[in-house]
Design a protein around this ligand. Structure first.
Ligand SMILES: Cc1ncc(C[n+]2csc(CCOP(=O)(O)OP(=O)(O)O)c2C)c(N)n1
Length: 547
């Protein structure tokens, strides 16, 4: 049946199961937006394309189906880039759509034209210009297939205006579930079993990949069956319930984290879904003497500190289940609970900490008390992120959402909106610095309009806290990091949003409890005292991360 290319394009999105397109239309996306308006796909206008990209990113993280965002040509597309790059480094499936001028004006200087396909190349797994309406079914199918394949990430399609308005006679290709990963060969599995069974002090380092493919249950069973302790990266928080006796805590903030979780004494490290982009292996294998059994969904990066004995590439659930059976409880187990003892000890003690402005551990303690095990805490990027990553105890995977690849400020608010759309039945709370919050605060309007009842907590210190922390350590002073804030309560109220400023330490939990009963988004300003060093104790060593 002949129809407009943009109609066919949107039919292809429908076949892919797309629920939302987050973005801002432009004069060069008029046909596409009209086709979206006539479809089952919800177009969600956002207030900055970066916000739309972060929403698509979080939708992808939580569903493993590509989130879709849209910007027009030129400035709309350049505004998308940071969110797309975040999805790239955090391995989140996303399809970015950008408008473009007519094919006939791309060879010359013309209004708002820049080469967006080249610009998006380094932050996508694949991208293309749609230079003919007949290729729409293939291009859309490919964009989703590539974005959703392990390791997932963003793809990008550029949509020239004249192509989208052209008549076309084609049908969408059927969506297909992504191909299951291959099984490791029997010799590879046997080699891994041999290494694990003969290890003296094995430990597991589990990362984002496990949460991504929903293999936490298999990891828990592997840990239970073998008795081997599991340390988690920031993005792996909750893969084991922190109360699980095999949980060694969240590693990566400081030099002694790994030692205190048992890595110094480990002869074998089993990495599962571990991405080097989160934290370099030089931190836990400085002498390059660990035997590494690497379990991942795809062939791993080469790094001189990460020379693996055996790579088990494939379906993590399957591989972990096979290893759990084959390794049983015959192994010696390494790992040390010392990191957890120190960190959780401080966390527990914080319940009695009545200082105001509040200290980070007390604030986190209050949040943990009011959130259920499956509720979601989204962290922005800054010193608060380091506190959350290190200390906030998680029960389930994908309940503490941390951007740790690109780590861009301004992530929390827009992505929390998407988290609430995906999980309307769960509470979603964001913690932000006052620096990062203002980077995407315009999405408060989107939250109100979408009726996504998220609670935004701003830790207010009127500084770029993590930079202050680093400068003070390096130069004994800080500079270029102080600012003033708007009255955040009145800012939120201007959007029609209930908001409160905490005036006492007990006020925070009271406001938070109340906010979580509301069916609209809300905001809490919490004066924070960052004089307590996130390093907590000298025993934990020097910091080794950048926020
Ligand atoms: C978009 C972006 N710009 C700059 C940085 C570098 N950076 C990392 S943390 C930080 C300061 C964050 O300050 P704030 O949001 O107030 O949070 P706090 O550290 O005080 O908790 C900066 C500037 C970044 N990660 N992302």
């Amino acid at each position: 049946m002949e129809r407009k290319a943009s109609d066919l394009f949107v039919e292809c999105l429908e076949v892919e199961g797309v629920e939302y397109v987050f973005g801002i239309p432009g004069e060069e996306t008029l046909d596409l937006n009209e086709s979206l308006a006539n479809s089952s796909v919800d177009f969600i206008p956002v207030r900055h394309e970066q916000g739309g990209a972060y929403m698509a990113d979080m939708y992808g993280r939580l569903t493993q189906r590509a989130g879709v965002c849209l910007g027009t040509l030129g400035p709309g597309a350049t505004n998308l880039v940071t969110g797309v790059a975040d999805a790239f480094l955090d391995r989140s499936p996303l399809v970015a759509l950008t408008g473009q001028g007519d094919l006939e004006r791309m060879h010359k200087e013309s209004h708002q034209y820049i080469d967006i396909v080249s610009m998006m190349k380094p932050v996508t797994k694949w991208n293309a210009r749609l230079n003919s309406s007949h290729i729409i079914p293939e291009v859309v199918r490919k964009a989703f297939k590539v974005a959703q394949a392990q390791k997932p990430g963003p793809t990008h399609i550029e949509l020239p205006e004249d192509v989208m308005a052209a008549p076309v006679d084609a049908e969408p290709l059927p969506a297909r579930p992504n191909v299951r990963s291959p099984e490791p060969s029997a010799p590879e599995l046997l080699k891994a079993v041999g290494i694990i069974r003969s290890a003296l002090n094995p430990v597991v380092l589990a990362g984002n990949g496990v949460a991504r493919v929903g293999a936490a249950a298999a990891l828990r069973e592997f840990a239970r069956a073998t008795g081997i302790g599991v340390a988690e990266t920031f993005m792996g928080k909750g893969l084991l319930d922190f109360e699980d006796p095999r949980s060694l805590g969240t590693v990566g903030l400081q030099s002694r984290d790994y030692a205190l979780a048992g890595f110094e004494d480990a002869d074998v490290v089993i990495t599962v879904g571990y991405d080097l982009v989160e934290h370099s292996p030089s931190n836990w294998n400085p002498r390059r003497d660990k035997k590494i059994v690497c379990i991942d969904t795809d062939s791993v990066e080469v790094d001189e500190y990460f020379m693996t004995e055996v790579d088990l590439v494939g379906d993590l659930y399957h591989i972990l289940s096979r290893l759990a059976e084959a390794c049983g409880s015959v192994v010696d187990t390494g790992g040390s609970g010392r990191l957890n003892e120190i960190v959780l000890g401080h966390f527990e003690a914080a319940r009695e900490d009545d200082r105001f402005p509040i200290t980070p551990p007390r604030a986190l303690w209050d949040i943990r008390q009011v959130l259920g095990p499956k509720d979601i805490l989204v962290s922005d990027v800054g010193l608060h992120k380091l506190w959350i990553a290190r200390m906030f105890p998680a029960h389930e995977p994908n309940t503490v959402m941390i951007a740790n690849g690109l780590a861009g400020m301004g992530f929390a608010l827009p992505s929390a909106i998407a988290a609430k759309l995906v999980h309307p039945d769960r509470h979603v709370v964001t913690v932000n610095g006052d620096g990062g919050f203002l980077m995407n605060s315009q999405e408060l309007e989107t939250a109100m309009r979408m009726k996504t009842a998220i609670v935004n907590v701003i830790w207010e210190d009127r500084q770029f806290g993590s930079i202050v922390w680093k400068q003070d350590k390096k130069f004994d002073r800080h500079f270029g990091v102080d600012f003033t804030n708007p009255d955040f309560v009145r800012l939120a109220e201007a959007y029609g949003m209930p908001a409160w400023r905490c005036e006492s330490v007990d006020g925070f939990a009271e406001h938070l409890r109340h906010a979580l009963t509301l069916d609209v988004a809300s905001l809490i300003v919490l004066p924070i005292d960052y004089s307590l060093d996130v390093a907590i104790s000298e025993e934990l060593g020097q910091e080794t991360v950048a926020t």
